[in-house]
Every structure is written in structure tokens, then in C-alpha cells.
Design a protein around this ligand. Sequence first.
Ligand SMILES: Nc1ncnc2c1ncn2[C@@H]1O[C@H](COP(=O)(O)OP(=O)(O)OP(=O)(O)O)[C@@H](O)[C@H]1O
Ligand SMILES: [Mg+2]
Length: 477
Amino acid sequence: MKFYKKEGNTAHVIAFPDEEAERGDYLLIEDRESGRGLIAQVIDVQFVNLPGILEDLLRDTMTAGSVEGEDEDPFGVSSQVAYLKDARLLVCKIRGAIEGGRLLAHAPWLPSRIGSIVRRISIEELLCDGDPKRPIRLGRTKSGKGVVIDAKGLDGKLNIIMGRKGTGKSHFSKLLLLNLVKYGAPCLVFDINGEYVNLGRDWDGRPNEFGDRIMVLRPGAQRFDVRSVGLRAMMDILLHALDLPPTSAKVFASMWKELAARDALSLGSIGTAIQCWSCHESVREALASRYHSLVESGVFGDEGCMDFGEIAKWLGDGNAVVVNMRNKSSLSRRIIVELFLGKLTELLSAGALRAVFLFAEEAHLYLGDTYWDDVVTRMRHLGIFATFITNQPETIREGIYRQADNIFLFNFANDHDLEFVSKTAKLDADSVKLLVSGLPERHCLTIGEAVRNFPLIFEVERLSADTLGQTRYFFND
Ligand SMILES: Nc1ncnc2c1ncn2[C@@H]1O[C@H](COP(=O)(O)OP(=O)(O)OP(=O)(O)O)[C@@H](O)[C@H]1O
Ligand SMILES: [Mg+2]
């Protein structure tokens, strides 16, 4: 391969037909004299545009088979010409440099054109310094090398997993989840499709190493005691999930305090109090309709209920909670999410929990507008580290993308989606469009700190755990 030119952070390299290079590969353009080199990633493979090549190709096609006789090639140049016709131009983006064996993010110098040698390198080997303390194997690159990151690369981070339907996003999120649980990280999943519920067993149905580390909650089947929910979380639900006007919320708070003082707090007693409390009829109506939604959601109850203390302990011991919201109405989902986020915030502020890794699939379906910023700023400071998973990139606001530390991109074929994703990912638009549109299923382009800002394509690892959950099929073979 030959280093041809560099403009800005784009480098062009010429590759001959016997030299393999594909989109996503990394090249080292090494200056032999100084021993330092540029690290460039191939984002497109084109033919070298030689003068007269079109005419030559046309002539070849026109004369093929129609001219009789033997080819005369006294100087033996035809094979060289064919070789040149197949030469390829590798359009690359410079991602960093190597100097004295160290990886650098930028290089202010330009390697020599004549004195440089260009070769393919395995960037995945450079990503982990030494042996990672808590290795997570994400998958393997085309060359068969394992992509291993340190779980620390996900700690305190905001991650986004995006891609077209069915490309393997949820599978990847399950892989991250199980690996975090393996290292004792508390995890909570908002599972909208009930597909994380079987992670504790293998495909053959036998419990696996996570069998006793994953608690599946199905609000409705399990109810929460209003006393353990507490006034603060209940007010959040009323104000944010059920849009109760603040004046009515004040009345509700007084009612709650009065019932609590008499030690008579229960779901039933709240209902009775709403009917009897002396307040304006419009307030009573507002409270009654919200109360009805609370009861309808099936999330709250009085007897045989779960206590948040149990969940806090479970999480604190380094386990996972899957909140199964399959078949829940959108209002119920918002109540559930508000409840869990409210309680998590309380537990984290009180120091009862150190941190929680939150996995949220299609979060726009249950996360109110005001919550996005909250989750990524305020709650992040408290210790909620979110991973958002979506196949509709537009449902995540641009501000969130800007704060994301890691973006895991699966295939997008649609131009509109690609355009949007290329604007938001922390990578130049050309790289995103060219690399992502060519990704096969189950392959992912990772951008961000987990891969030390060297965008990397790999095939995601398989899992032995049952990742299908409750997916229903008609043809079962
Ligand atoms: N790396 C992988 N190895 C083996 N199977 C995989 C892998 N990735 C995905 N799958 C399988 O492919 C199917 C689709 O994957 P998945 O459900 O993760 O896609 P998705 O992108 O989340 O789709 P959707 O947009 O519908 O939620 C699943 O049956 C899953 O088990
Ligand atoms: Mg999915």
C-alpha cells in the first residue's frame, strides 16, 4: 500500500489488488525514519481514477470476442495495465497516531510520502492497556480477534444503542447487562417487550449463572405498598405521570399526611379520603380521576405487597431487576417508570445505593419530556448510568446524543435515519454514513470512550442465555 495524500483529517492510500482492505479496517501509515505513524480508518474503497481508464475499459468491452488473432505484447505490459486498472483508492479518516509505542489522539506532523510504509493493524489489540481488570468480551472483528473492553469503560457513562429493527440491539444490551451483573453491578431494566425475563436461564431452560441474580418484576402481578412508596414518589407520579395540577397536589399531600399521622395510610383509605375531604369539587374530581388511574394501573396495593427496601437490598447486593412492562397501557408504564426513577433517586441520595446501571428500551414510550435531561444530568450525578436502546433515533433528543459517552450503532439503511444519526454521533458524517450503511446484521460500530475513541466494527458475541423472553410466534419451527 502507498500513502498518496492527506487533506484535513482525510488520508488517501493506494492499495494494489493483492492487498486486502475493507471499510472499517485500520491502517498504520508509519514514517520509517521517525518511527511514528498515523492511525487511519478506511471508510470507503474506490477504484483509482487513472487518466484514460474509461476509454480503455470501453475499448476492451467492444473488442472482446470480435477481434481474431493473437495478442501481441512484446514488452509484457498488459498484466501491469490490468493490475493498475484494479488498483484501489482507500479513503481513510485519521483517528490518531502512535509515537514511541503510545497511542495519541492527534498528530500535528505529516509522515513522508516516499519514506512511509502502510500496513493494516489490529486496533482492538491496542484498546486495552495490559490485562483489563473486569474484561467484557463484546464480540470479534473480521480478522477473528476478540474485542474486549473493561467494565470500567461503562461505569458512570451514558450509552446509546441504535439501529434498524431486528439488527441485534436488544441482544447487545443484554450482553452488557449480563456482564455488568457478573461483576456485581446493580442493574435495572425497563423491559417494554418482556424480552429480558428469561436471561436467568439458558436456551435449554436450565438456570444459568445468573439464575439467582435477576429479579423479574411484573407490576400488576406484584404490587407496591403505598407506605413504602412514600409521599415524595407518589407526588412525582401524580404531578409528572398523571399531570395533576399543583393546587390539587397540595390537597393530596395534606390528605396523605393526615392519614399517615393516624397510621391509616393505605390505597383504600386514600380513596375514601378523596370522597370525604373538604375541598373544592374541581379538586376532588381531579384527585378522583388520578386515583382511578393509580388503582387501574394495578401497581399499588395494601396487602401482600412488595417493599422497596427489598428491591434496594437486592440491587445493593449487585443484582439485576427487570421491570416487565409488557402489555401495560402507556399511562401505567409512565406510572411504573416514575415510581422506579423516584425511588431510585431517593435511595441514591440517601446513600442506600451507590449506583445503578439503567437499561431503557424505547424510552420515548414512557419517559416524559422533562425526564430526559433529568436522567442524563441530575440523576447521572446521583449515580444512574443510563443505556438507551432505540430503533428510532429521532426519539432521543439531540442534547442527549451530545452527552453520550458511547454510541453503539447497528445498521441503518434508510437515508433519513442515516442523515440524522450522522449529525448526532460523535464522528464525522461521512464515516457514519459509509460505515453504518454497510453493516451486516449483528455487527456494530462502536464510537466513544469504551473503545478509546477509535471507532470499531465487530460482530457481537453470542449469548448462551435465553434472550427471546416471551416473544410469540405463529410458526414455531
Ligand atoms: N450477536 C448475536 N448472536 C446471536 N443471535 C443474535 C445476535 N444478535 C441478535 N441475535 C438474534 O437476532 C434476533 C434479533 O435481535 P434483537 O432482538 O436483539 O434485535 P433488535 O435490534 O433489538 O430488534 P427490534 O428493533 O425489533 O427490537 C434475536 O432473535 C436475537 O436473539
Ligand atoms: Mg429490541
